[in-house]
Design a protein around this ligand. Sequence first.
Ligand SMILES: NC(=O)c1ccc[n+]([C@@H]2O[C@H](COP(=O)([O-])OP(=O)(O)OC[C@H]3O[C@@H](n4cnc5c(N)ncnc54)[C@H](OP(=O)(O)O)[C@@H]3O)[C@@H](O)[C@H]2O)c1
Length: 493
Amino acid sequence: MTRRTMVTGGAGFLGSRVVGALRARGVKEIFVPRSRDYDLRRREDIQRALKDASPALVVHLAARVGGIGANLAHPAEFFYDNLMMGAQLVDEAWRAGVEKFVAISTICAYPKLTPVPFREADLWNGYPEETNAPYGLAKKMLLVQGQAYRQQYGFDVIHLLPVNLYGPGDNFDPASSHVIPALIKKCLDAIDRGDREIVCWGDGSPTREFLYVDDAAEGIALAAERYDDPAPVNLGSGMEIGIRDLAALVARLTGFDGAIRWDVTKPNGQPRRCLDTTRARQLLGWTATTAFDEGLKRTIAWYRERRAGEGVAASPAAAHHTGVYTPRDNAITTNFKEVKFSVQARKFDVALRRFDEGPLRAEMRARAASLPAGLEARTRAALVARDAAGVERGLMLFFIALAHDLAREADRQLAASTAPPVPVAQRFLEAIWRYYNLVDFAVGQRDPKASTAMRLAYDDAETVLRATPAADAARARAAFRRIAEILDALTVD
Ligand SMILES: NC(=O)c1ccc[n+]([C@@H]2O[C@H](COP(=O)([O-])OP(=O)(O)OC[C@H]3O[C@@H](n4cnc5c(N)ncnc54)[C@H](OP(=O)(O)O)[C@@H]3O)[C@@H](O)[C@H]2O)c1
């Protein structure tokens, strides 16, 4: 499979694994529209994303998601955001000539009382469980829409229904997490604090099925490759476990040996959940392969490492997504902005003066040996010629070179030091992030390929770091080398 692909939500928990699974299948050009750049609830942003990516395949994972608490607190947003993203994206993708659209739905689309295991044929036999109905129904409209667009326009839209997922990289924020990360965090927090009891929501009686995130990603990639039919397909593991047993299992695997108390004033959610996966097996040739114990152990190990590797939780990209990261400008980036904004306002005389007087040009001169030949002179000439695109290209190459040097330096320092690698790596990632932002800012629209490659390299590094054990410098170094390699290719003028 080689077609150009856009994965919405491709930097999220499931999305980043789907990007990995597609890459493993040979898809090289993958565009991930980040919410900070493209708010997919807005039609204009969707149009811009499709224009920038010109994909043949769209895998739609972007969504407002969360556990029962988040669904209860924000039912309106769970409905509106998911409905608007899905409805407008399918329509615009069809208008843009996209060949295939993979819609990712959810088990929350099923009726509250469905015979277990849930079969796709029972999807319309009742209203979903109340706590997550707005979310589940908004997602379910993707099925109606996909079938309608297939019927009227012949648009190849497929619809997949993954069961509850878990795995490394899951969301552990108690305000929005699902049950497995919530339980793991509760147990580890209790161990850290010396508490002898944890409190869980509901009475522990419901049952749930869980699918390891990499298994889900594999199923989605396979379906994108092979499946072309209006019928929805469940993606599940076929296991079913009571929440009470799950809590006991997580407690055992984390080493928490205190009491588990059930807060029956809190809702249980859907009584039973378990999917029939016959269709996925027959039509996709897919079955989940990760044993539940094993998946849980990996998830707990990942989260322990994350807690241990201080600073990772506050990584710049993660913080930026949640709106708390303010890039700290230095003299060079401030000067860059002065030049850039003056060019944007077509005040080339001011831009030239700022360039001539500021540290940006001096830095370009100082680094001339590692920059494309004559970059400083060419950028200045473009300013004199009032050539905005030429100026931006010059500035982009400069910041790519700076980010590249930082990535190499990170690799060198990690090799030389015996200190824990994650905090060091985190500082470098933050600095690279600042320059990456500027690169994107300068050329986002004009050179989407460079921008996308940079973005993916960064996201990759962040994902690797998140999963890197505190003492494993080799993995952190590999992430920086990958950034440097991609940047190397981009600095070829
Ligand atoms: N987790 C589960 O158990 C589960 C189970 C079944 C189905 N699913 C489905 O799988 C998909 C991914 O879920 P996940 O758990 O991986 O969630 P996640 O980590 O929160 O990822 C969701 C992604 O959606 C993007 N997004 C949210 N609002 C956006 C907006 N307005 N514009 C553009 N992008 C936006 C975010 O992108 P940025 O990072 O750029 O902000 C985020 O990375 C969802 O469609 C969900 O319904 C999940």
